[in-house]
Design a binder for this molecule. Sequence first.
Ligand code: NOJ
Length: 885
Amino acid sequence: MQIFAIFYWFCLVISAKQYLFKSCEENGFCKRNIDYCRNKLQTKISNYFIEDAIEVGSEYAVISGLLTKKLPNSDVKLPFQLSFLENDNIRFTLDENRNVDLNINANRFKASEHVLPHELRLKDSTSITIHDGAEKILLLYKDFKIEVFVNETLQMTINEDKFLNLEHFRNESDNQQQLLPEESDFNMFRDNFKDSTSDKLPLGPESIGLDFNFVDFHNAYGIPEHSKGLKLEEEIYRLYNVDIFEYEVDSNLPMYGSIPFLLVSKPRLSMGLFWINSADTYINLSKPKSGAKTHWMSENGVLDFIIFFGESPAEVNKKYGEITGFPTLPQLFALGYHQCRWNYNDQKDLLEINSLFDEHQIPYDSIWLDIEYTDNKQYFTWNSNFPDPSGMLDELDLTGRNLIIIIDPHIKKGSKVSNHLQKNGLTLMNSENDTFYGHCWPGESLWVDSFNPGSQEYWDELHRLSPENKVFFDNTNIHLWNDMNEISVFDGPETSSPRDNLQYGGYEERSLHNLNGRKFHDMTYSSLSKRLESTQRQRPFVLTRSFFAGSQKSAAMWTGDNMSKWEYLKLSIPMLLNNGVAGMPFGGADVGGFFGNPSKDLLTRWYQTGIWYPFFRGHAHIDSRRREPWVPGEPYTSIIRDAINLRYTLLPEFYNAFRESSISGMPILKPLFYESQKFSKNYDIEDEFFLGNSGILVKPVTEETTKEVTIVFPDSEIYYDFTNGKISSRYHTQSVKVPVTLSDIPMVIKGGSIISRKMRYRRSSKLMNHDPYTLVVAPSSTNSASGSLYVDDYESFDYKNGSFLVANFELKNGKLTNKVTGTFNAPRRIEKILILNTHATKVEHDGASLRFKSIDGNLEIQNPGLHINEDWNIVIKKDLVHDEL
Ligand code: NOJ
């Protein structure tokens, strides 16, 4: 009965924007599935059976067969496959053979072909046991129910509630004979939602639905993007990429991106569910005492999912990343500060902003141009306000800075690019298979179809670097911003493409809708990565608004059009945390808020929070007043400068976190329950986070007039105040109250960490390349610490061939050592080593004494003559007296 209760409750909570977007009740396939599940809860009888012989292939790694769907007067046979993949992952697919003669592709769309590698490695056959004795046991019942046991305990059931539903192909004329008693025929062959009524629904009903129950799991996360908290609540969540204008906080409405990946976690076991489907999808989540129950419903496509298991959430992320790809390792500049607004008006304006940063001694790495730089919103052109774009790029390059320009997928009708796309059949088509036209920024526009391989070729040509290319010239410091790629169609249903539009391969847009944004930014990434000779290639930077599973491999995302209000500042943290949980950690929110004008306090607090976003960009709407860091004046500008400088001093740690994420899928902003799954409080905290594995724990101030914050510690290690090295938390302290003024950012360092910083002010990250390091050592309760520093050339792909180094620092038994792995030549000096809360009588390196000072109870070793690329050890003599705790 739980599902009913939630569903009706959901219908009562109608947000101001709800009327623009289909609720489940208004969306044919969702309503039918909910009706079906409601009836199923009463009948509890299965309509799906395994009647035919099952084939067991490659020594138990694959089980395949036919699932029978029993209709009142006939049966439908549906091919299924259950595979045991490497790393204990389990995959299930259910398809339908549709022999239908239509002028569109009638096969069910396989999103997996765009998300998974061609071949998934199956589990090593010798280590598989299906029925007993194994660590993980999976039982498949004849009436199609799957039970998953881990450590001899039931952890998950699939189709326990019998919500499995695959609406098989049928004609409208014989629909009544094809209906199950539990099925309703609501909007099976037409759509009666406001602006969707012209949808022809040529394949009729074709939805899929299935329930997954996670036994004793009370903490569920992921399935972004929603403007809600980190931990998922009882709610119907929708995944359908839309351009949501002025989105509200705490709403379950769909947003710009979708990742159908759910993580559940409890002490000693975490599980991930990846629903591989790119169509409109709803997930009904309820949380009865028995654990999280979910009902997944998609408008069409193959039913396809993978389940991942791990002891910790990070292990699940790793397994998910091994299949969908790990986040890209960006160039270092992409981790610096980005200055954007809609719009910098002309070349002079832009270059003035560039010099004002230097005048105010504030570092930044790239300046952005929004749509107004073009000639009449025709991408791949410059208007006359930018008479010498190449000269402008050269000027930025003098201080190692970059320009990022916007290019959207809508192309102005009648422009050179649109004519080419149209002539070569590279556009999104309408249901009659003619070029589709709709409205967006340029007025009447067509859309490039990024699924078409021909589009990639043309895109490559448009993005090529050469003096003859009057858009990109031969400047390498120009990168891309892809916006409106949900796709946004101002006069389209739910502000997007009509669902019966056609794309490459004859598939309807409805089948691949949520992949469209990703295909577009992938195409841009691919063009940018090819624009130089292979030996000189640099890592491209692409920002995307719309995303899907796999987007992490080629783009950063941001949370779209937020508002200059405190509640949006606060919301930005759980939204970005959830994106990280779902494998897409390179994200940010518009600093200052997109719509409106922030108060000076809000702007300052936003910078202090934004410095922690993996993607750190200030951006504002065209009607907002200017608000670059010097605009608010003192004391705000100095506080903002300090915050941005702090980000720059920590760039080595940000880069470490990105590197780690690029090989393990780890979030860059790490929720507390990733650090320790032991304490139940950690599962609920959404306003604190760690910066990767650095040991830096932050709780930004996100509420007006805050005088004090409470930092909750996830475990019983020592924590030090970041600013003075004083101990904030002794053993077993649960939390600490910290007084704050406007200039404070509450942050602590976990005992056991060694942090690498670069302390000198430079105008951009590139100019910091050869700067010396400061190491901050925070001894643990057992007087030990470790940390590593990853270094490469920060821009090329050479690291993929092993051209990098890792300095591994360790404090143990009174000795601080560095052991270097890797070959990259980075002879960078260490100018200071600061060991917190430590006294010494002598510090030696190679038998020679090193000069040191004791300042405020911390040990400071100045210019020790050491480098990060050499093995060394220093002995901290006599009493490495760790203050009594
Ligand atoms: C919508 C984007 O979300 C926003 O950031 C941008 O400024 C406008 N489009 C104009 O390009």
